[in-house]
Design a protein around this ligand. Structure first.
Ligand code: DAH
Length: 340
């Protein structure tokens, strides 16, 4: 007959000595395994004299329940402690600052285009997208520039291997597309987009650049509407401190034709190359739509008239932000681009 009190004391002492999970498991095997001391004590109940059997059995069961409960507690405690420890030591320091992702932004040309869109939207203009790959017919002939017209020299361009298919030299051919699509409705649109020219690259001209074309057609459109629209636009874009100059010019597709300059005072250190010492930078051509062009678009010049303009957003941005070289726009130099 096992002495239960001695057994209990031994089990408790051994349990207290366990400091980790493997030790606890070993304890469990020692007392509750197949040949465990407690189980053996329980099995031994048959050998106990009958008069003590009941109290022995009860005591052995109590002891078993009690020890198992203590064991579970100790196991839970050890596990909690281990978890706590690993939380302390294996801690992931999420307070470390991350590597900043480089922030992008809109290219200065796009920013400028959007400013221009917003102003014309307020004046009731819609945006019309025309094609960048044009045919010679629409880029030149329908705009009143027959083959061998001397004005074509101003717009030499990139030809493709398909005869008559070129990269557009200006956004003006879009006028033909709009008119043919919208006839006979009145028109008030801007046509933004990229243009291409085969020309000498300098501080003020590039082989690719944006233009924003404008076209207004109706029954009583006059030069006064053109001047009013352009002046209102320039005021809003540049603010009242910039001056605008309108002077007469020549384009085959307008009659009369004008050009619009923005002042670039001669005492400004970067004015030299850009304004060629004149104190002005040309930012757009414009005029009253030539009757031949109206007719090519389907509008009868006896009934309709209209004005058109074509401006250079990169030139406008140069004036607005004091940029001294148009080549900066497509260099992809972050030191330049991230300033805006
Ligand atoms: N297409 C001309 C150019 O690229 C600019 C221009 C002049 C556009 C007069 C117009 C216009 O619409 O009426 O130089």
């Amino acid at each position: 007959m096992v002495d239960l009190a001695t057994l209990e004391q031994a089990a408790l002492t051994a349990l207290q000595a366990c400091t980790d999970e493997p030790a606890l498991r070993a304890w469990n095997t020692r007392f509750f395994g197949k040949h465990g001391e407690v189980l053996q004590a329980l099995k031994g109940v048959g050998a106990v004299p009958p008069d003590q059997r009941k109290s022995y059995g009860q005591e052995a069961n109590r002891l078993k329940e009690d020890l198992l409960a203590r064991y579970e507690n100790a196991l839970a405690e050890v596990r909690a402690r281990t978890l706590e420890q690993s939380l302390q030591t294996d801690r992931l320091d999420i307070t470390l600052p991350g590597r900043p992702a480089p922030r992008g932004r809109l290219h200065l040309s796009n920013q400028t285009l959007r400013q221009i869109y917003a102003i014309f939207a307020d004046m009731g203009f819609q945006i019309y997208r025309s094609r960048e790959i044009e045919d010679d017919l629409t880029n030149f002939e329908l705009l009143n520039m027959p083959p061998h017209h001397p004005a074509r020299d101003m717009w030499d361009t990139f030809y493709t291997t398909t005869p008559g298919v070129i990269l557009r030299t200006h956004t003006s051919p879009g006028q033909i597309h709009v008119m043919r699509e919208l006839f006979p409705r009145p028109i008030r649109v801007i046509l933004p987009g990229m243009c291409y020219r085969y020309e000498q690259i300098t501080a003020r001209s590039e082989i690719m650049f944006h233009q924003v074309e404008g076209l207004v057609i109706g029954e009583k459109i006059t030069m006064a509407d053109l001047k009013g629209t352009i002046t209102a636009f320039a005021r809003r874009l540049f603010g009242p401190e910039r001056q605008i100059r309108i002077r007469s010019s020549y384009f085959p597709f307008t009659e009369p034709s004008i050009e619009v300059d923005v002042d670039w005072p001669k005492d400004d250190p970067i004015s030299g190359d850009i304004s060629k010492g004149t104190g002005w930078l040309e930012i757009m051509g414009a005029g009253m739509v030539h009757p031949v062009v109206l007719r090519h678009g389907g509008y009868d010049p006896a009934k309709y008239s209209g004005f058109a303009f074509g401006m250079g957003p990169e030139r406008i941005a140069m004036r607005k932000y004091g940029i001294d070289d148009i080549r900066q726009f497509w260099k992809n130099d972050l030191r330049f681009l991230s300033q805006f």
